[in-house]
Design a protein around this ligand. Structure first.
Ligand SMILES: Nc1ncnc2c1ncn2[C@@H]1O[C@H](COP(=O)(O)OP(=O)(O)O)[C@@H](O)[C@H]1O
Ligand SMILES: [Mg+2]
Length: 238
């Protein structure tokens, strides 16, 4: 088997997984990608910025066997706090909360501030969505704010949209592939993460799919996604 693509990174890279909507596959993408990065030899840590977040819970399920350390960071000062992890890691994956319902609500307001702080410091952003009209809309909004931030940050963060939970021969998946296909004005991953119950099983054991079911379609999807992200980094897009 060919050696997996694992280019040397010149500096620690902060990869955030963001979409203001919940249930789009942010946590699933973060955990599984992080496990694959570890398999390729990168020192990796997950920062979970969601209160009682899914990554922290995943680590609890894994106990001492967790493949990737997870740190909870529920503070809008995240930029400062994350610095402590930059020296000893190649990749910092940041999982974020799905929010913006009620800005007057204290928790929502805080989560929103954290999300903005993450957008302002990330090197690279993955914007996942599932094939559903509400996700299409939320993704448009998210991508537009990222594009605005690029205007202030000299083009950073580089981002790509990721279709998750796709299904062959499903109308909504076809619709999503059309909307977020070649004609979409922003970058989109070629890889899509297909819908599979295997992800949930792996999660229940505190594992990533690339270890739980190495030869599954889902593990292939995650390895393809890792290839694309690492190619972007190697080619200096972030
Ligand atoms: N590719 C997939 N196949 C099957 N289930 C998935 C997939 N991606 C996510 N899910 C499931 O969908 C739900 C929401 O995903 P999650 O990653 O927690 O979203 P978010 O973090 O954006 O809220 C979870 O139950 C998760 O297990
Ligand atoms: Mg989540």
């Amino acid at each position: 088997m060919a050696k997996p693509f694992a280019p040397k990174l010149k500096r620690p890279i902060k990869i955030a997984v963001i979409n203001r909507k919940g249930g789009v596959g942010k946590t699933n993408t973060t955990i599984n990608l992080a496990c694959e990065f570890v398999n390729r030899g990168y020192a990796t840590v997950i920062a979970d910025t969601e209160k009682e977040g899914g990554c922290v819970h995943w680590q609890t399920l894994a106990g001492d066997d967790a493949k990737v350390p997870v740190v909870g960071m529920y503070d809008p000062m995240i930029k400062v706090n994350i610095k402590a992890y930059e020296g000893s890691n190649d990749i910092i994956l940041i999982d974020t909360a799905g929010i913006i319902v009620d800005m007057d609500d204290e928790e929502d307001g805080k989560a929103s501030k954290i999300n903005s702080a993450v957008m302002a410091m990330a090197d690279y952003v993955i914007v996942p969505l599932q094939p559903a009209p509400a996700d299409f809309r939320a993704t448009e909004v998210c991508v537009e704010s990222l594009s605005k931030i690029q205007g202030f940050r000299d083009g950073a963060p580089f981002f790509r949209v990721l279709l998750t939970s796709t299904r062959a021969n499903e109308d909504l998946t076809r619709m999503a592939l059309e909307l977020f296909g070649e004609d979409y004005p922003y970058p989109v991953f070629k890889t899509t993460i297909r819908r599979s119950e295997e992800f949930k099983k792996a999660h229940a054991y505190g594992q990533g799919i690339v270890d739980y079911a190495k030869r599954s379609e889902s593990a292939n999807d995650i390895r393809d996604l890792a290839d694309e992200v690492l190619r972007d980094l190697d080619e200096g897009r972030a």
